[in-house]
Design a protein around this ligand. Structure first.
Ligand code: DX5
Ligand code: ZN
Length: 227
């Protein structure tokens, strides 16, 4: 897969209908989603609990694009294999999830999947400076993780710009996650982000019966970011 920094929209299924994931995944992809962002939460690293490897395995046959699995879990190393087996295309772990993020990224790479490292709003960009040669993406949280529908934290924009400078021309995506909508998307893109996760801003007002609303929401975010 060749690398480029085109803007990619990755809807988070945390905001989807939890009783209808297969249809929801097909709908967002039909309506223009570039990736499918899967938020795994353990109720320990973050104050919410979502789904484990069996659910991710069930999503897999419905995903035609790219399944981007965001592990908000700690400890994380012991679970990497299971999410790789379940069919993740990208596995992103939090740098705060344990004492050995370098080894965590090695373990993700060893599964043959793309490797991402995520940093929370309170974690400086420099924290990942020794990890850049082991990852395909850095995920900058623009909300404190655990829930959809939160407000974008604008102080993270400087961090995104600093990260963009640190990365240089390495083939590493910068993903932003949390509070992304047509107003905040251009700020994040201008700072250097190229993969935009959006949950509530994509799913709001739509349904599998009215998927065209998803399409309009995705286009609004993409056009704002590219504008
Ligand atoms: C939050 C998750 C995000 C969240 C985004 O912990 O990692 O992916 O679902 O939801 P919105 O776009 O509604 O902020
Ligand atoms: Zn996420």
């Amino acid at each position: 897969m060749s690398f480029d920094r085109q803007i990619r929209i990755a809807p988070s299924i945390l905001s989807a209908d939890f009783a209808n994931f297969g249809a929801e995944i097909r709908a967002i992809e039909d309506q223009g989603a570039d990736w499918v962002h899967v938020d795994v939460m353990d109720g320990h690293f973050v104050p919410n609990l979502t789904f484990g490897p069996p659910a991710v395995k069930a999503f897999r046959p419905h995903v035609r694009s790219f399944m981007d699995v965001h592990l908000m879990i700690a400890p994380v190393d012991t679970h990497i294999e299971a999410y790789a087996e379940a069919g993740a295309d990208m596995i992103t772990a939090h740098v705060e999830a344990g004492p050995h993020p370098h080894r965590t990224l090695q373990a993700i790479r060893a599964t043959g999947k793309k490797a991402g490292i995520a940093i929370n709003p309170g974690t400086p960009a420099e924290t990942v400076s020794c990890l850049l040669d082991l990852c395909d993406m850095v995920l900058v949280m623009t909300v404190n993780p655990g829930f959809g529908g939160q407000k974008f934290i604008h102080s993270q924009l400087d961090k995104i710009a600093r990260l963009r400078a640190m990365i240089g021309d390495r083939p590493i995506h910068i993903q932003v996650d949390g509070g992304i909508d047509p107003v905040t998307a251009p700020l994040a893109a201008r700072a250097g982000a190229d993969v935009l996760v959006a949950g509530s801003a994509v799913f709001k007002g739509g349904s599998v019966e009215r998927p065209e609303v998803y399409g309009a929401n995705i286009r609004a975010i993409r056009e704002a970011a590219e504008g």
